[in-house]
Design a protein. Sequence first.
Length: 229
Amino acid sequence: MTETLDGRHMVVTGGTGALGGAVVGKLLEQGAVCHVPNAHAVAPPHFPFAAHDRVRLAHNVDLSDSTKVEAFYNQVTDLWGSIHLAGGFAMAPVEKIESASFAEMMDTNARTTFLCCRAAIRSMLTSGTAGRIVNVTARAGLDPRRGSGMVAYAASKAAVAAMTVAMAEELKHKGILVNAVAPSTLDTPANRADMPDADFTKWVSLEAAAEAIAYLASPTNMAMSGTLV
């Protein structure tokens, strides 16, 4: 019989965003308890699950701060899965990228992913149970030619992809499966507003992306690890 997420504790960083909301909704449908770190003091008004009885919002969590990340994960008991959707995007010609902008992309995408992966792995190894980690990279992180005009972003997402595969190899005998998804353009209200002339039918729906992420994070996934979907 297929195992479910009933009662399993899941962390979803970036859970209050467009993709994050779709993922949290999918996990709740499957019975999970979702722990969502929020960088601000209150829940964003557009987050539909703030009052849900299986959602645990934690405010003022800076995911680039090692101490705050560890404190957040320490209060999550019986962690099963950790899904890392938090990140940022920036475009600029390479000659116009400032050092601070490059550092910001690395902090926002690569550093936050590393710190959350590390904290989740520590929790899983301490409890001695199997677990699942799902990261989000990008097409430009897998094929750098797609990173033209967004070098800092591509480099930060390439780092996420490399960490994912390396961690999967390191943890393959410890019951912790590590994967990542690399969607093309997601069909979000913000992307539609930014690119009104695009063909939206070619974009990845939030439902499809959330379905793939939920599968990778579930006990139904019994062997897939080190995969960049």
